[in-house]
Ligand binder design. Structure first.
Ligand code: ATP
Length: 352
């Protein structure tokens, strides 16, 4: 079912264009992450969905209802802010049921709902606690419970993990995703953390300079980034300068390599970048028999971190990273001359 629709939305603050002609559509019940560097317009877009800011032009719809101009309190939206913004003078239960109280629900309805939501966010029995007596992770759970109190149709979170330490962040990413899937609620999360987006999202929207650069599933974006910026923003990538030599082939350091990915946007002779992900790169001893789709190089660094081993190889002045599991370890050491295999199926061609 069609869910959130952002139609040609632009937002200007004076001479600053914070969001430029963004056009997106998602299904109901999806988890969407806006991902991008600081200042690219993520929060402004989220605030427009919430109704905290109005678009300069364009419109925002949910399930075919036009939300443009509808005030925040009539949008049926729950929001968690970066700082959690809990009310310090109210206890946990009162924080959670605050919006219900304002809408005239009885005291017992409010406390029943607060208890139910506290169970859901794994904080049973904490309704009488003061906010000051909660840890960062507990505050976040209370903020989530508060935002869900009125059964919103859309759940919005602005950098929800940024106040948590690294371990807790990982736990909460998984918890939030599970909760969102259980409730089936359309959710938009703003983040600049690619792992967070990859962990939680059905759809990632990569933004840069007020614009959408790419939208897709985490794996679409990881495997087929549209350009160098997106490739660098999601995961680690190897980018080797190359020249297009045919519809599905490139020259790299004197070697001819096949590329399965689409090369239609380029012409023969164009300077391009050959992109591969480190886990697709295989390092072989140079003495092995002739190898297709490989470039020569010299090992400059080996890092064994237990679950994986990273090999850095200098290929004519360009560094290539290979990440292997110990069972695929080729036994190379620093200084070895090697062949770096870049399988055609794992190669993409990007604009230089
Ligand atoms: P961050 O990750 O740092 O929060 P962001 O991607 O969420 O960044 P926004 O906060 O949406 O980016 O800001 C986008 C641009 O709009 C920035 O250049 C910012 O300075 C500008 N901007 C945002 N809000 C306002 C405002 N109320 N008045 C003027 N300029 C603003």
């Amino acid at each position: 079912m069609p869910g959130l629709r952002i139609e040609n939305v632009t937002k200007k603050f004076g001479s600053v264009t914070a969001v430029s002609d963004v056009d997106l559509q998602f299904n109901s019940g999806e988890m969407i992450c806006f991902l991008g560097p600081s200042g690219c317009g993520k929060t402004t877009l989220l605030r427009m969905i919430a109704g905290l800011d109005d678009p300069t032009s364009g419109s925002i719809r949910f399930e075919d209802k036009d939300l443009t101009g509808v005030p925040v309190h009539q949008r049926n939206i729950g929001m968690v802010f970066q700082s959690f913004a809990l009310f310090p003078h109210l206890n946990v239960g009162e924080n959670i049921s605050y919006a219900m109280r304002i809408r005239g629900h009885s005291r017992s309805e409010c406390s029943d709902r607060a208890r139910q939501l506290l169970d859901m966010v794994h904080l049973p029995g904490l309704e009488d606690r003061n906010i000051s007596q909660l840890s960062g992770g507990q505050r976040q759970r209370v903020a989530i419970a508060r935002a869900l109190a009125l059964n919103p149709q859309v759940f919005l979170l602005d950098e929800p993990m940024s106040a948590l330490d690294a371990n807790l962040r990982e736990v909460m990413q998984i918890e939030l995703r599970k909760l969102q899937q259980e409730l089936g609620i359309t959710t938009v999360v703003v983040t600049h953390d690619q792992t967070e987006a990859m962990t939680m999202a059905d759809q990632i929207v990569v933004m840069g300079n007020a614009r959408v650069l790419q939208t897709g599933t985490p794996m679409d974006i990881y495997k087929k980034p549209v350009d160098k910026f997106v490739a660098g923003f999601i995961g680690t990538s190897n980018l080797l300068p190359a020249t297009l030599s045919g519809p599905h082939s490139v020259h790299v350091n004197g070697a001819e390599l096949k590329v399965d990915g689409n090369t239609d946007r380029f012409a023969k002779g164009d300077a391009v970048l050959l992109m591969t992900r480190p886990e697709e790169v295989v390092v072989h001893h140079r003495s092995e028999t002739a190898m297709a789709n490989a470039v020569a190089g010299k090992v400059t660094f080996v890092r064994d971190i237990g679950a994986t081993i990273e090999i850095l190889v200098d290929c004519a002045g360009h560094e290539v990273i290979s990440v292997l599991t110990p069972k695929d370890w080729p036994g190379v050491k620093v200084g070895d001359q090697v062949l770096v295999e870049l399988p055609a199926a794992a190669c993409s061609v990007l604009a230089a």
